[in-house]
Design a protein around this ligand. Structure first.
Ligand code: PEP
Ligand code: MG
Length: 559
């Protein structure tokens, strides 16, 4: 506590933590395109060709600039910039604007109308197409600025390291960021899977999304951004802020030095595992201290396939992942098709509410052969390596589903488990464990179904926060059931990637944690710093809270 009492207490704004790290710096705000009044009335016939030329030149200039930035960027940033440049030159919307100009609409208005037309279409299509809406609007603003002789909207280049605050960031803006100058990001919109989050993760810039009240934080204000706790504090006490930054730097150093295996400071072992989607990711995970694979999302291998891969094709793909961890543990999840991950060959019915529809294990009811052939392929892959894979089914809701999956898996000599993603499964974990050898908690879906909140919705990100005490209560029930049965219970949802929450999960009785490989060092290092007793104390405290924010604070007090 500061000895001088501040005039007004600092404002702590809460959001959803996306990239860990703590920074204290002045705020900059992403520029918006000022309101531009498109000239009223229509163009004279004689002026239309020149206006069409001006439009073509503006669209080309915007695309060229994006492509030039793509050439200077790397990895996902370069891909995002190149994709936005391609969209800037997409014939569909360019054609729609040209048609309007040819009919007499001035270019600025033609651009706005043409983009609106496609925004509506993409929004109706939903899914991945809807995610392009933000790119389209970004292109619209850039082209309109170019046509109006205004500076390109977007992120100003700061003179000193700064925290970038914005309503939302266009992918092209985020992809071009210099992590030396933009040291933190906070947005009002966006979820943990938004473009902003993906690029911030790649660039390693601490980031919090879905921050309530962020619009009131003006440029120039000093702010403390905590990408681990998910907070932005405007005007904090300067010395406390400096101490918070120093502590985060000590944590980062410890993470870099952590070499595994997973255990608490007093030696309680907790397997630290990786989530992967193919052989390449598994080989990359082997470069980290991961002790194995806790979640192999097999459906991600086949999102672009029109027809079902043969058993041989599947076995080759699964074999690559098994080979990467010859002596370790590998948990293969059977196809989690449906909802946000439809597979063309799975034969999904038309559904009004696909998240509550035929997804995950439910597909096996209408199409049992699909699961059968996948298990056959996993067994075939296992036969070519020294790894004995475990298999688990997603979206299990009843003990009968667990029983039938277990029998089918065992008939191929595989060790069966099920995911706990539906509250019903957590409540009946004892019954499920009568049939299977392990449980793995998918906190992403468990939060979605417990809180009745779409995991893809940025507006509901506060509800799908895995720190919600209701979600953690179901985790506790599941872990206790595992302990009674003497069977392992892991967590493989995003919750396991949050170092503080990971320690709470261990306190709740979880026996392994599986996460994106990038999160492994920070989680491992944090766990190595705390005792099992501290974890248990934090877990007990968290279960007594009434909100996600209180739960975080209660855990921090113990850990
Ligand atoms: C989960 O739901 O937590 C999970 C790990 O599965 P997915 O994110 O692939 O739905
Ligand atoms: Mg899931």
């Amino acid at each position: 506590m500061s000895t001088t009492s501040p005039v007004a207490s600092p404002t702590v704004l809460r959001g959803v933590p996306v990239v860990p790290g703590v920074q204290y710096a002045p705020v900059i705000r992403a520029g918006r395109l000022p309101d531009i009044q498109a000239p009223a009335g229509d163009l004279d016939e004689a002026d239309r060709p020149a206006e069409a030329g001006r439009f073509a030149a503006a669209a080309t200039a915007v695309a060229d600039r994006l492509r030039a930035r793509a050439a200077h960027a790397t990895g996902a940033a370069s891909e995002v910039l190149a994709a936005t440049a391609t969209l800037a030159q997409d014939r569909a919307w360019l054609g729609a604007a040209e048609k309007r100009i040819a009919a007499g609409t001035p270019a600025v208005r033609a651009v706005a109308e043409a983009v609106d037309q496609f925004v509506e279409l993409f929004t109706q299509l939903g899914g991945l197409m809807a995610e392009r809406v933000i790119d389209l609007r970004d292109i619209r603003d850039r082209v309109i600025a170019e046509l109006s002789g205004l500076p390109e909207p977007g992120v100003p280049l700061p003179d000193v390291p700064s925290i970038l605050c914005a309503e939302d960031l266009a992918p092209a803006d985020t992809a071009g960021l210099d992590p030396q100058l933009v040291v933190g990001i906070a947005t009002t919109l966006g979820g943990p899977t938004s473009h902003t989050a993906i690029i911030a993760r790649q660039l390693g810039i601490p980031c919090v999304v879905a921050v309530t009240g962020l619009d009131a934080v003006a440029a120039g204000v000093m702010a403390l951004l905590d990408g681990t706790a998910g907070t932005l504090t405007a005007d904090p006490d300067a010395s406390q802020a400096a101490e918070a930054v120093a502590a985060a730097q000590r944590d980062a150093l410890a993470a870099r030095q952590w070499a595994g295996p997973g255990a608490t400071a007093d030696g309680h072992a907790v397997a630290i595992l990786a989530n992967v989607q193919d052989g390449a990711a598994a080989r990359a995970a082997r470069e980290t201290p991961a002790e194995g694979i806790g979640l192999f999302r097999t459906e991600l291998c086949f999102l672009n396939r029109d027809s079902e891969p043969t058993v041989e094709e599947q076995a080759a793909i699964y074999g690559e992942v098994l080979e990467a961890f010859q002596l370790g543990k590998v948990v293969v999840r059977t196809l989690d098709a449906g909802s946000d991950k439809p597979l063309k060959f799975a034969g999904h019915p038309e559904e009004a509410n696909p998240a509550l529809g035929v997804r995950g294990i439910r597909i096996a009811q209408a199409n049992p052969g699909l699961l059968d052939r996948q298990l056959e392929a996993v067994a075939a892959a296992a036969g070519t390596t020294t790894t004995a894979p475990w298999v688990m089914a997603p979206m299990i809701a009843t003990a009968d589903e667990a029983k039938s999956f277990a029998a089918q898996s065992r008939s191929y000599g595989l060790t069966p488990g099920v995911m706990i993603e539906v509250p019903a499964a957590a409540l009946l974990a004892d019954k499920l464990l009568e049939h299977v050898d392990f449980l793995s908690i998918g906190t992403n879906d468990l939060a979605q179904y417990t809180m009745a909140a779409d995991r893809m919705s940025a507006d509901l990100a506060g509800l799908t926060d895995p720190w919600q005490p209701a979600v953690l209560t179901l985790v506790a029930l599941t872990a206790r059931a595992g302990a009674r049965a003497g069977k392992p219970v892991g967590v493989c949802g995003e919750a396991a990637a949050d170092p503080l929450l990971a320690a709470v999960l261990v306190g709740l009785g979880v026996t392994s944690l599986s996460m994106a490989p990038a999160a492994i060092p920070a989680v491992g290092a944090r766990l190595a710093r705390v005792t099992l007793e501290q974890c248990r104390g934090a877990a007990e405290a968290v279960l007594g809270t009434g909100s996600a924010a209180e739960a975080r604070e209660a855990a921090l007090a113990h850990l």
